[in-house]
Ligand binder design. Structure first.
Ligand SMILES: C[S@@+](CC[C@H](N)C(=O)[O-])C[C@H]1O[C@@H](n2cnc3c(N)ncnc32)[C@H](O)[C@@H]1O
Length: 428
């Protein structure tokens, strides 16, 4: 199929592509919509699936809209700007349901309530690449999809206004030359879209790093922390952490620590994960800097929070210390090791919010030996959620609700919350 061919996608699938069939093959193509007739060409073939690139839209869907960003289609960041926001949300809901059914199999026929916010300017973080775009001058921006070719961008419509202001300053002289020794600059802005933490990766020696850091701290409005990541550890100048408020709590976030990047939905998200639960013991696995841990401490006599990343662990411990009553135990290490060492304790609630790889059956086996009454599973990957839910349902848990958090409009990412409870726990 090296020459162009026509096909008509039937549905959107996880990852941003649309799926259809041609000449006995499954075809996946980006930036096309179900019901359209499109001309595509094959890019590669893997396990019989043809990955194709759209050449022309022969018959557009009635839903198709003009993408708002001039870099859409080249930049690897967004996949859905050609689809109205409401249709993106509906598609993600169906993708979640269908992925659970196909890969679990987990059948969920009830509604999937959706939490949605503004579709633009929603990110509080940006990982900007520094480099030379094909025209040669140093640039700042994002990589093209599936490549490390830089696209020099002047603004990104999904970043917060403050981050776009700083991007505009950094990509112009004199800053772009100051950054030329770098590979990446990460920006994180606080909940008020004011203070910024800047983390640079690249090859500056100690003296150059210090000079550059002082210049950033004095001349870049809002920049309060500048960090350099090195092979061994992180060097920090200015304030040692960014303070980010969600609901009643202010969280310390240090350079390289994980924090959620969707600024508008965070209070609603934390509320949903920690609502309608209380009791003696809660465990927050994959706790990060304690986003759920602190509100859980209002509802449980004791909260155990487990996190492996050194910077996140340090912030988690400090955030926990700030809660009166010392109800929180911050545990540094992997979830697996923590569970392996833990004796049966009948926790009332376990929250788990793993990375894209999910929790995995080996870790779930150890978890179930503790006999948790309720599980709140936050997932950023429906495929690994399907595998883990299928196991939990076989092991005596019921799926009570499934919700979608529309954290990342314009992109294919799907964030969800599954609440489960142990069947027959009242008699246990
Ligand atoms: C998706 S984040 C969630 C963090 C936090 N719950 C939040 O919402 O801010 C996943 C976290 O799990 C941590 N992590 C990754 N693998 C882990 C493991 N095996 N054991 C414990 N924590 C892990 C990461 O460092 C990261 O902080």
């Amino acid at each position: 199929m090296s020459s162009p061919f026509e096909f008509s996608p039937v549905k959107l699938v996880y990852g941003g592509e649309a799926l259809g069939f041609h000449a006995g093959h499954t075809v996946l193509a980006p930036r096309v919509l179900p019901g359209e007739r499109v001309e595509v060409e094959e890019v590669r073939r893997q396990k019989g699936v043809v990955f194709a690139r759209p050449l022309r839209i022969l018959q557009p869907s009635a839903e198709r809209i003009e993408p708002a960003c001039p870099y859409f289609g080249r930049c690897g960041g967004c996949q859905y700007q050609h689809l109205p926001h409401a249709a993106q949300v509906a598609a993600k809901s169906e993708i979640l349901r269908e992925t659970l059914r196909r890969l679990g199999p987990v059948k969920w026929e009830q509604p999937i309530p959706t939490h949605s916010g503004p579709a633009w300017n929603y990110r509080n973080q940006a990982q900007l690449k520094i480099g030379k775009p094909p025209d040669g001058a140093p640039g700042l921006g994002f990589y093209e999809a599936e490549s490390n070719r830089l696209i020099d961008i002047d603004a990104c419509p999904i970043l917060s206004p403050r981050l776009n202001e700083l991007l505009a300053v950094l990509r112009a002289e004199p800053w772009i030359s100051e950054l030329a020794n770098g590979r990446e600059v990460e920006l994180v802005v606080d909940d008020r879209d004011e203070k910024i933490m800047m983390t640079l990766a690249g090859s500056w020696d100690a003296e150059e790093a210090e000079t550059l850091a002082q210049k950033c701290l004095t001349e870049l409005a809002g920049v309060a922390t500048v960090a350099f990541t090195q092979d061994v550890g992180v060097r920090v100048f200015g304030e040692s952490y960014l303070s980010y408020r969600v609901g009643d709590f202010a969280y310390r976030i240090g350079p390289t620590a994980f924090f959620q990047s969707a600024r508008f939905l965070l209070p609603e998200f934390v509320e949903a994960v920690t609502a309608e639960v209380s009791g003696a013991v809660a465990i927050d696995l994959y706790a990060g800097v304690g986003l759920f841990t602190l509100p859980l401490s209002n509802k449980f006599e004791q909260v155990m929070a487990v996190e492996v990343h050194p910077q996140s662990t340090a912030n988690l411990a400090a955030n926990a210390r700030a809660v009166p009553g010392r109800k929180i135990r911050a545990i540094a290490g992997t979830t697996f090791d923590y569970l392996r060492r833990s004796a049966q304790m009948d926790p009332d609630l376990v929250v788990m919010d793993p990375p894209r790889t999910g929790v995995g059956v080996d870790t779930l086996k150890l978890l179930l030996a503790l006999r948790p009454k309720r599980l709140h599973y936050v997932s950023c990957n429906p495929s690994t959620l399907a595998r883990d839910l299928a196991y939990l349902l076989q092991q005596g848990y019921s799926l009570d609700s499934l919700e979608l958090f529309d954290f990342f409009p314009q992109t294919f990412h799907v964030e969800s919350l599954a609440r489960l409870s142990r069947i027959g726990r009242e008699r246990a």
